[in-house]
Ligand binder design. Structure first.
Ligand SMILES: [Zn+2]
Length: 323
């Protein structure tokens, strides 16, 4: 379990996405009741569909309704303002110290766009870290949303954790097919099941095939993960220059970058969402209860589509050799 408060004092922002009806509020209410996220402020950007009173009872330290439209598009400024107000409150001596903010997004939000807002705001990026993007999908309507909705696929691609809900009562075959399809759409995400907020075992069946999704214009190719070994000396600066150039040229194809790189300052965590790069973060040396296994570093994982792995490696080698 991670520490309640980050050592650098920044607040963790957890973005919770998923279509209307995917069970975000139910799931959240349960997590708050269990205090899974520690002392948090809940920001709800949902069109009056959520019963705030219920949520209050659930145990969030603070609940705020984010009006002014969907936080990924027309309500962007309202989101920035709300986050800044939370910072101000934290800086004043009254009020409880928070470990983070949970943002329950509107059903129509693209979590990537929200993460970008945060990563590109010079003030917010010093106060917040996008800790996790959690996307819920209900087993009943999920297959259709993936087949028909551009946004459904965007949300799944943005997720670091996907929670499949409403499993109970849905034909097992359908759940298995959905889970297999989700794995293809986002090979890097953790996929879990939940029923009324409680973890629920996902069924499996080797014989069941994933759905064949019809092509949507922007999704002509499946997303893939590419791993690049960056252990050869290019130096931290060389790497960041190379990565900026890569994102500038291929930002549309690259959905996300995550990597851990050794630097003179320690192990650095590197993250980006499309073209927005989060300032690198120094990771703690070795976790307290480590079993002594050597921590992996000097690798970058790229999630994207239409990237040629050979070209990627060649471009990296060129940089190293140019040194
Ligand atoms: Zn939006």
């Amino acid at each position: 379990m991670t520490e309640v408060y980050r050592r650098d004092g920044r607040l963790r922002l957890t973005i919770i996405g998923g279509f209307l009806g995917s069970g975000k509020s139910t799931w959240l209410r349960h997590q708050l009741h269990e205090r899974s996220f520690g002392p948090v402020c809940l920001l709800v950007n949902e069109a009056a569909e959520t019963s705030i009173d219920d949520l209050l009872l659930g145990g969030a330290e603070q609940v705020k309704v984010l009006a002014g439209g969907c936080a990924c598009c027309e309500g962007r400024n309202a989101l920035v303002a709300a986050l800044l107000r939370i910072c101000e409150k934290q800086d004043s001596t009254d009020g409880q110290r928070l470990s983070g903010v949970l943002l329950e997004t509107s059903g129509l939000a693209d979590p990537t766009a929200i993460a970008k807002t945060l990563l590109t705001d010079p003030v917010l990026t010093r106060r917040f870290v996008v800790d996790e993007v959690i996307v819920l999908m209900d087993a009943i309507n999920g297959p259709l949303q993936l087949a028909q909705e551009y946004l459904g696929r965007r949300q799944i691609e943005a997720a670091e954790r996907i929670i499949v809900t409403k499993i109970h009562g849905t034909p097992t075959d359908q759940v298995v097919r959905l889970v297999k399809t989700l794995r293809i759409l986002n090979p890097a995400a953790e996929i879990e099941g939940a029923e009324l907020g409680v973890p629920w075992q996902l069924p499996s069946d080797a014989a069941v095939r994933p759905y064949e999704l019809p092509a949507l214009p922007a999704f002509s190719e499946p997303i893939q993960s590419y791993r690049l070994d960056v252990s050869r000396e290019a130096g931290w600066t060389g790497l960041s220059v190379w990565l900026s150039a890569l994102l500038a040229a291929r930002g549309d194809q690259i959905v996300r970058v995550k990597g851990v790189v050794e630097s003179p300052a320690g192990r650095l965590l590197l993250q980006s969402v499309h073209r927005a790069v989060q300032p690198p973060e120094i990771l703690p040396a070795v976790p307290a209860n480590s079993d002594g296994a050597k921590l992996e570093s000097n690798f970058i994982v790229l999630l994207g589509r239409g990237i040629d792995e050979k070209t990627l490696n060649r471009s990296w080698s060129k940089l190293v050799e140019a040194k």
